[in-house]
Design a protein around this ligand. Structure first.
Ligand code: NI
Length: 362
């Protein structure tokens, strides 16, 4: 049987397959659009990330460059510093060696001179004993002219005592008053080798030194190395100090000491002309270098330290030196030492004290 309303079967099949096709196409379209969007998003994201990482890489490279620059600058600066340090160390070593050589050669020369002088005076004595009248009188005259006022004071009273002369250079300074107080308390007299450039700042202290029996020595006006000056230069440097001292205390310094212990014939001639001896030292406490009371005392009481007739070098411009001095004095007193000025020490231990001669001890 056949119905009129019914659609032929092959048509029905055709419609259904068309529907499927449409559906499939629609799905494909959706899929394609989705995939497209996804890939566009992915491409954009990737591009963005690449851009960011490129920028970061650039920044890192820049920073690394900067770091390298800073590092190379630093290493250059470090190299320069090391070089400078080495140069300075070398210079210091050279200077120290020079100073040591100079002082040892000076000491040796001085010893030789002293020995020669001894021999000469012995020979003179022998000649005098033999009774060669004219020579003897000439010798006596010469001796009198070069001898520092040894007859005016009783130097012999220290003959049988252990004596020591404490000396203070480069002052007066802010600690000198405390030093003077402590010395007065202990009944001790010392010698102050003052600088002319400083005395006008402490006129009262200078007068006090003089009044309390300390000796005032000339240590030059500006602490220049005298061996580098002409005879006129030496005179001007030393006289400037002497004049200032005289203006304050009423008399010139009675002894002198060369800055750095450095002297030559011209310096000796100046002292000779002034009628004063040059007083250096045999015990160096190195107080200016260490600025430590314990070290000062250690050196003062070492094997090569203070003995009878010693002249001790210190500087009253350092506070630890003042502390060390008091401890030193107390200890030396217990050992029976008597404290004298440099002039007293020289006259007590030398039969004659010669102007212009360098003395290192009594
Ligand atoms: Ni000095």
């Amino acid at each position: 049987m056949k119905s009129n309303n019914s659609i032929p079967i092959h048509r029905q099949k055709k419609r259904s397959s068309r529907n499927w096709l449409t559906l499939c196409l629609a799905l494909l379209c959706v899929l394609a659009v989705g995939l497209g969007t996804l890939s566009v998003y992915a491409v954009l994201t990737l591009h963005e990330q690449r851009h960011v990482s490129e920028v970061q890489a650039q920044q890192i490279t820049d920073l690394e460059k900067q770091l390298q620059d800073v590092q190379s600058d630093l290493s250059l600066a470090q190299d320069a510093l090391t070089q400078k340090q080495t140069e300075l160390e070398q210079k210091q070593a050279a200077l120290e060696a020079e100073q040591a050589a100079a002082s040892s050669s000076l000491a040796e020369k001085d010893k030789t001179i002293q020995e020669q002088e001894k021999t000469i005076s012995e020979l003179k004595e022998q000649i005098a004993k033999k009774g060669t009248g004219t020579t003897a009188s000439k010798t006596t005259k010469k001796t009198t002219a070069n001898t520092v006022n040894s007859s005016t004071k009783e130097w012999n009273k220290y003959e049988k005592q252990k004596i020591v002369a404490l000396t203070f250079d480069d002052g007066p300074g802010p600690y000198t008053e405390r030093l003077l107080d402590g010395l007065k308390e202990r009944g001790v007299r010392a010698t102050f080798f003052v600088l002319g450039s400083r005395v006008n700042d402490y006129p009262d202290l200078l007068r006090r030194m003089d009044k309390e029996g300390h000796e005032i020595g000339n240590h030059s006006q500006n602490h220049k190395q005298l061996t580098k000056l002409s005879a006129a230069g030496i005179k001007s440097e030393m006289s400037a100090c002497a004049t200032r001292v005289k203006k304050i205390v009423g008399h010139e310094p009675t002894v002198m000491r060369c800055p750095y212990g450095s002297y030559n014939k011209k310096v000796c001639n100046y002292a000779k002309g002034k009628g004063i001896p040059i007083v250096h030292w045999d015990v160096d406490t190195l107080d200016w270098k260490n600025k430590n009371a314990d070290t000062i005392l250690k050196l003062a009481f070492s094997k090569d330290g203070i003995s009878d007739g010693s002249i001790v070098l210190m500087h009253d411009i350092h506070s630890p030196t003042v502390d060390a001095t008091f401890r030193m004095v107390d200890k030396l007193k217990k050992q029976g030492y008597v404290f004298v000025t440099t002039s007293e020490l020289l006259h007590a231990r030398h039969s004659k004290v010669e102007a212009g001669k360098v003395y290192y001890e009594g």
